[in-house]
Design a protein around this ligand. Structure first.
Ligand code: NAD
Ligand code: ZN
Ligand code: ZN
Length: 376
C-alpha cells in the first residue's frame, strides 16, 4: 500500500526547450485535498507534446513533464475527493470540467476557466506547487496531467472515471486526439448531411475529424496533406478525395471550387498560419464554416481579409472537440465498447516510456498516426 507515501518511479523529463526528453528517477508526492494520484497505464503521443517540447505553445516553461493523452488506474485520493476511489479506471483530461466556473455552467461550451486562468495555466497545482520532483527540483505539470511518468497527480476535475471493460492502452486516445477531431465535425461544426467538407492535415486529429464528417453524413470529404503516405488510411477513414497541395497549381480556393462546387465546412488540423488562412479562404461564400483545431505557435497572429466575414463565412475554433470531459468522455468509452468508434485503427505503434523520443521522431517524420506508450 503506497497511499500517503511518496512514490519513486520513472518519468521522461523535459529539462529545456528543443532538448530530448530524459528518463529520470522522480518522486511523486501523495495527493493533497481535491487531488488524485494515478498510475499511468498508457499514454499517446500528440503533436501538442512536440510543440510544447519546443517551448512554442501554451506558455510552457521548463523543467516539465509532458504528456496529456492518458488512461490509468487510481492509486490513492486526497481529502474530499468523491468521484473516484482507489482502483477506478480513469481517463485524464487536459481540458478540465470544474463544473463551477462561468463556462462550465454554459450548456454548449467546454473551455473551463481553470484551463485559461487557474493554476493549471501555470502548470501548477492549486497550492502553486507541483507533486513531481527530480533531484530536489519541482517539475512543472504540463496541462495539469504530465502523463510521461509512471505515476502522476491530477486535480479531481482533470480526470473522469470510465468503464473498466475498456482496454486502457486503446481508451487513452479518448483523452485527446480522437475527441478533439471527432468533436470538431460532430459537435463544433455539427456538419449537415450531404455537405462538402475539407480537412487540412491528416494526423490523428485530422482523421478523427474526417470520421466525424462521415458519421454526420457528409457527401464529400476532401483530405489535404503534404504526406502522400496518408492517402490509404485517409480513404479508410472516409476521405473521398485526397489532395496533396504540392500537386495543386494556382490558388487552393479556386481549385476546390472548380472541382467540388463549394466547400461547406473546412477544418484546419495542422496548426500552421498559412493553412488556417487558406482554410478560411476555401470555405463557401454565404454559409462556409471554418473550424480551427490545430494549435499554431503562440506568438503567431492571423492576418485575414475582413471581406470573408462580410461575405457570410464563419471562423471558429475549439479545444477537445467541444466535449465536456468529465461528463462526456465516459459516454465515448461506451460508444467504443459498442463497436461504434474505430480507435484501434488510429494506433500504428506501441512503445515503452524509455522510447518516447523515438515516438516524437516518428511523428515529426510523418511515420505514425498515434503511438501509444504502455507502462508495465
Ligand atoms: N484543439 C485541440 O484541442 C487540440 C488537441 C490536440 C492537438 N491539437 C493540435 O492539432 C494539430 C494536429 O495534431 P496531430 O497530433 O494530428 O499531428 P500530426 O503531426 O499527426 O498531423 C499533422 C498532419 O498535417 C500534415 N501537414 C503538416 N503541414 C502541412 C501543410 N502545410 N499542408 C498540409 N498538410 C500538412 C502532416 O503531414 C500530418 O499528416 C497540432 O497542431 C496539435 O497541436 C489541437
Ligand atoms: Zn493532444
Ligand atoms: Zn470550469
Amino acid at each position: 500500500m503506497s497511499a500517503g507515501e511518496v512514490i519513486k518511479c520513472r518519468a521522461a523529463v523535459s529539462w529545456g526547450a528543443n532538448e530530448p526528453l530524459v528518463m529520470e528517477d522522480v518522486e511523486v508526492a501523495p495527493p493533497k485535498a481535491g487531488e488524485v494520484r494515478v498510475k499511468i497505464m498508457a499514454t499517446g503521443v500528440c503533436f501538442t507534446d512536440i510543440s510544447a517540447s519546443r517551448g512554442k505553445i501554451l506558455d510552457v516553461h521548463f523543467p516539465v513533464v509532458l504528456g496529456h493523452e492518458a488512461a490509468g488506474i487510481v492509486e490513492s485520493v486526497g481529502e474530499g475527493v468523491t468521484t473516484v476511489k482507489e482502483g477506478d479506471h480513469v481517463i485524464t483530461l487536459f481540458l478540465p470540467q470544474c463544473k463551477k466556473c462561468r463556462v462550465c455552467k454554459l450548456d454548449d461550451s467546454n473551455t473551463c476557466l481553470e484551463f485559461t486562468s487557474g493554476s493549471q495555466s501555470r502548470q501548477l497545482m492549486a497550492d502553486e506547487t507541483t507533486r513531481i520532483t527530480c533531484k530536489g527540483k519541482q517539475l512543472l505539470q504540463f496541462l495539469g496531467v504530465s502523463s510521461f511518468s509512471e505515476y502522476t497527480v491530477l486535480k479531481e476535475f482533470n480526470l473522469t472515471k470510465i468503464n473498466p471493460a475498456a482496454p486502457l492502452d486503446i481508451a487513452c486516445l479518448l483523452s485527446c486526439g480522437f475527441p478533439t477531431g471527432y468533436g470538431g465535425s460532430v459537435k463544433t461544426a455539427a456538419v449537415k448531411p450531404d455537405s462538402v467538407c475539407a480537412v487540412w492535415g491528416l494526423g490523428g486529429i485530422g482523421l478523427a475529424t474526417v470520421l466525424g464528417c462521415k458519421h454526420r453524413g457528409a457527401k464529400t470529404v476532401i483530405g489535404i496533406d503534404l504526406n502522400d503516405a496518408k492517402r490509404e488510411i485517409a480513404a479508410e477513414m472516409g476521405v473521398t478525395d485526397f489532395i496533396n497541395p504540392k500537386e495543386v497549381e494556382g490558388p487552393m480556393d479556386k481549385y476546390l471550387n472548380d472541382k467540388f462546387g463549394c466547400v461547406d465546412y473546412t477544418f484546419e488540423c495542422i496548426g500552421n498560419m498559412y493553412t488556417v488562412k487558406q482554410s478560411l479562404e476555401c470555405a463557401a461564400i454565404g454559409n462556409g464554416v471554418c473550424v480551427l483545431i490545430g494549435v499554431p505557435p503562440q506568438e503567431m497572429e492571423l492576418n485575414i481579409l475582413p471581406i470573408h466575414f462580410l461575405l457570410g463565412k464563419k471562423l471558429t475554433g475549439e479545444l477537445f472537440g467541444s466535449f465536456k470531459g468529465v461528463d462526456e468522455v465516459p459516454l465515448l468509452v461506451e460508444k467504443y465498447l459498442d463497436g461504434k468508434l474505430p480507435l484501434d485503427k488510429f494506433i500504428t505503434h506501441r512503445i515503452k516510456l524509455e522510447q518516447v523520443n523515438e515516438g516524437f521522431d516518428m511523428m515529426k517524420e510523418g511515420k505514425c498516426l498515434r503511438t501509444v506508450i504502455k507502462n508495465e
